[in-house]
Design a binder for this molecule. Structure first.
Ligand SMILES: [Zn+2]
Length: 52
């Protein structure tokens, strides 16, 4: 595996902590979703939210 594809594979599986704007609890979300501003689901209160 080349360095580039290795890095891309790592980025795809990376996640980051986001704070739900509804219940204020933190959850792990994919950073690719975050980067594309896709809708995320809070695992605590099931709210849909987008981080800009
Ligand atoms: Zn929530």
């Amino acid at each position: 595996m080349s360095y580039f594809t290795d890095v891309m594979a790592r980025i795809k599986t990376m996640s980051t902590n986001t704070t739900c704007p509804v219940c204020g609890k933190k959850s792990k979300q994919s950073i690719t979703k975050l980067a594309k501003e896709q809708t995320m689901v809070c695992p605590h209160c099931k709210s849909l939210f987008v981080i800009h």
